[in-house]
Design a protein around this ligand. Structure first.
Ligand code: ACO
Length: 482
């Protein structure tokens, strides 16, 4: 069972229209009507066992067919000797048999009319077995079938309760899609996203990318109403994939923000990437320039990627540049100011009238300039009043709210108050991010904020950097839309 079901009725209606236009083979990757697991195992601990178990236990509503010539039944389902014996159409076939059997079962899947083959099996181009991978693609082309992988951990799509991976069973549903060329990192992050209150729409393991690549998947997700932001862990592209990546990503970033973490930046890292997925890491500067051209936001760490994604997932895209910082601590205010300058975030210089408004929200020794310093004496009421001023003022486009733990203000109470004010002013379309510094109760407060749509970070710098990513994206879109 997914921890949280992400329901959006209006989006659903829109989706049926959009899906009519989507590539049916790629759609089968996210919304298959039926799945065959070729190599479904009777033995707990095997990958073919775990994948079938995850599919069944996560609430997938379509038909599931285990394929295993040695079994009559697996997990209470009739097992078939071959995919060809299944008395039904099969949209997706997941391949979990050892490499020497893959081409044979792929040929059978092609004959059966399978739309998409998800090849978990390792032992292809990543270890120099280029020939077998080429043949796999030839078979797929012959039958008009698409291939994800090989050498992957699978695919998950929370709106369809689909978890066809051998990663953790549970996923927290939400609007962030994650496409990853690293299997192990992808699996590890599945658990991490739950802990960090990050809601996922899709996780797609790319592996060797013999056929389906991040562009195919991103095109689908760009039109998917359940996805608001696309994140990609990329090690490199194969020769010939680069130009298409940039041309197509230009179209995709006009629909949704795309954040890429490109690993293999260093010389040694690039060598490691080559032996991991057989990719060419290429010159790092070339990647940077190309990403910029395509409107892709480049994150340098996994933490940064999900920080930014969290902001895009929960907040509206900024409409303007002018940002206000509201804080109870001078120090964190200064750090946020430094971060703003470093990231090119414009801090509004409040007019006399606005300063007067802020003045009313604080003790006489506070500061109504930017950062607005409510002082260490601040309680919930001060924050609420200052936030009201910020939301109401036409001088302000974006809000950074900071908090340092004091014994007179419980951060959990503040979190709840921020959520209420933000809700009340939702129509203003002003993005807000929070930076909360403190101990356990502050961490709890951040969880409350994150669960309720306010991106919260444990430092002022991370809060500002996340807002900066959104502003950068806004600038790109505005420039291109002219
Ligand atoms: N059709 C269907 N099933 C078959 C066939 C066939 N023709 N022939 C055999 N099987 C069955 C087997 O009997 C077995 O079922 P059983 O356990 O009930 O007997 C099942 O298919 C699996 O076959 P095994 O020979 O037991 O293979 P095993 O499970 O050991 O390995 C696997 C298969 C997992 C695909 C392995 O070869 C492999 O590639 N492992 C690596 C996978 C991986 O790590 N991918 C990258 C992920 S990303 C990351 O880094 C995390």
């Amino acid at each position: 069972m997914y921890i949280e079901v992400y329901v959006e009725v209006r989006a659903h209606i829109y989706m049926s229209r959009v899906m009519l236009m989507a590539d049916p083979n790629i759609e089968a990757l996210f919304r298959p009507r039926s799945i065959a697991v070729i190599g479904a195992s009777r033995h707990p601990g095997k990958i073919g066992y775990t994948i079938l178990k995850n599919i069944l236990e996560c609430g997938y509503k379509g038909k599931v067919y285990p394929v295993n010539p040695k079994a009559d039944q697996i997990m209470g389902l009739k097992a078939y000797k071959s995919v060809l014996e299944i008395p039904d159409e099969v949209d997706m076939a997941i391949v979990v048999v050892p490499e020497p059997l893959v081409l044979k079962v792929a040929e059978e899947a092609g004959k059966k009319g399978v739309k998409v083959l998800v090849v978990i099996t390792s032992g292809f181009s990543e270890v120099g077995n280029v020939e077998a991978e080429k043949k796999l693609v030839e078979i797929a082309r012959k039958y008009g079938m698409r291939v994800l992988g090989p050498n992957i951990f699978g695919v998950a799509y929370t709106p369809a309760n689909l978890n066809a991976t051998f990663g953790p069973k549970d996923l927290r549903a939400g609007p962030i899609a994650f496409i990853t060329q690293s299997g192990a990192l992808g699996i590890a992050l599945m658990g991490w996203t739950i802990m960090e209150e990050i809601g996922i729409s899709a996780i797609v393991s790319m592996g060797n990318m013999c056929d389906i690549d991040p562009v195919d998947v991103s095109h689908y997700l760009a039109d998917d109403p359940n996805t608001r932001v696309i994140t990609i862990y990329l090690e490199g592209l194969k020769p010939g994939q680069g130009r298409r990546f940039i041309t197509e990503m230009k179209k995709i970033t006009m629909k949704k923000p795309v954040i890429v973490i490109k690993a293999g930046r260093s010389k040694r890292g690039a060598q490691a990437a080559a032996s991991h997925t057989g990719s060419l890491a290429g010159s790092d500067q070339i990647y940077s320039a190309a990403f910029k051209q395509a409107g892709i936001l480049r994150a340098l760490t996994v933490e940064e990627m999900f920080d930014w994604a969290r902001a895009f997932a929960e907040q509206p895209i900024p409409r303007g540049e002018k940002t206000i910082i509201i804080t109870n601590g001078g120090g964190v205010g200064v750090l946020a100011t430094d971060a703003a300058e470093e990231h090119g975030v414009e801090l509004v210089v409040p007019s006399g009238k606005l300063k007067e408004e802020f003045r009313k929200t604080m003790p006489w020794f506070g500061s109504p300039k930017n950062p607005v310093d409510l002082t260490g004496q601040a309680v919930v009421d001060n924050y609420v009043k200052a936030l009201e001023v910020a939301y109401e003022s036409p001088e302000i486009d974006n809000i950074v709210v900071l908090y340092c733990r004091t014994a007179i203000l419980d951060p959990r109470d503040l979190a709840k108050a921020i959520i209420e004010v933000a809700k009340k002013h939702k129509d203003k379309q002003k993005p807000i991010v929070a930076g909360f510094v403190g101990g356990y109760d502050t961490y709890e407060a951040m969880k409350i904020l994150n669960r309720n749509g306010i991106p919260a970070y444990p430092s002022p710098e991370r809060a500002v950097a996340s807002l900066a990513a959104m502003i950068k994206y806004m600038r790109y879109r505005k420039k291109k839309e002219k």
